[in-house]
Design a protein around this ligand. Sequence first.
Ligand SMILES: Nc1ncnc2c1ncn2[C@@H]1O[C@H](COP(=O)(O)OP(=O)(O)OP(=O)(O)O)[C@@H](O)[C@H]1O
Ligand SMILES: [Mg+2]
Length: 356
Amino acid sequence: MITEKAILHALSHVDDPDLKKDLVTLGMVKNVVIHSENKISFTVVLTTPACPLKEAIKNACIQAIHHFLGKHIEVHIDMTANVTENKNQKEALRGIKNVILVGSGKGGVGKSTVAVNLATALSLLGAKVGILDADIYGPSVPILLDLQGRQLLVEPQNGQNKMLPLEQYGMKVMSIGFLVPPEQALAWRGPMASKALHQLIFDTLWGELDYLVVDLPPGTGDIHISISQMLPVSGAIIVTTPQQVATADSLKAITMFQNPHVNVKVLGIIENMAFFVPDDAPEKKYFIFGKGGADKLAKFAKVELLGQVPIQEQIAIHSDKGKPLALNVDNLFGKTFQQIAQQIAQQIAILNFKFS
Ligand SMILES: Nc1ncnc2c1ncn2[C@@H]1O[C@H](COP(=O)(O)OP(=O)(O)OP(=O)(O)O)[C@@H](O)[C@H]1O
Ligand SMILES: [Mg+2]
């Protein structure tokens, strides 16, 4: 006779390779159904969307059932995911499970491009994603997502007016650019900018989000410190280009996040504009800005190098059209972002588990 207990016993021999505990202890096995003496089904709820280990875990489950309960058993497994949340969640931001900051010490290295494409890749993996443009003085997200000139809607909630984020490509998007005409330059001092940012974060109805990706302004100033204090941050990603002028400034950004007063985990470095691959010679790689800059920085700062993003001429065209190139998963750029997004999701799941 097959029992639920026997099924769970068999599955308690299958580990999640990232979390290094078995699926039953982790509470990942749900909806166990015994259809007949030789047919069973259950659901495995993983903690990262489109987990790269999904197939391996599924096969290990089937093997465990066959080993402990008999080879004749037909097993149906539904593999799903429920992204876990950062344990420092704030009551006012209930619903936002994880916040990922995208920063760099230097301007123009591609933070906004990386933030928007990383968010797109996470969303394509099946996660619920939001983007916050925290570059109060130079918002780029409205252009990068073709949302320029769009009006925000306001909804009353508990006697207060709240803003509804705009939606594009399945993601929720908020930017100061939706509140101020694009041609108007803001001449605010630091405290005003921090106040505006506070409003963008707390007066927005974000709803349920697995990941909120934040596009930071360049540098290591007021905004960075206040945003790290305002939001329950899961980790920061540092964007750099290979040249030493960029990596030297990126090291400052890493040190700022690691400072005890800021205390944000650095998830890793992304090397943008790392190399160029000509369309007509895809086997060639040209390291236009030098080779190994970000790798050296990663080793020195003891953080991970999450990926190397190629220079592609379509970026500028796609960016101006407001269509992230990562939507195209067959392109080298899109593939690179899929890999980076998976690694980040995996790292966050491990961190959330460690601190739970
Ligand atoms: N991998 C890439 N290949 C080609 N062009 C790129 C790439 N990444 C970024 N760019 C281009 O480089 C320019 C700067 O990028 P982006 O605005 O993302 O940088 P940033 O770091 O956010 O800048 P800022 O410091 O001003 O906020 C843009 O024109 C963008 O289209
Ligand atoms: Mg930017």
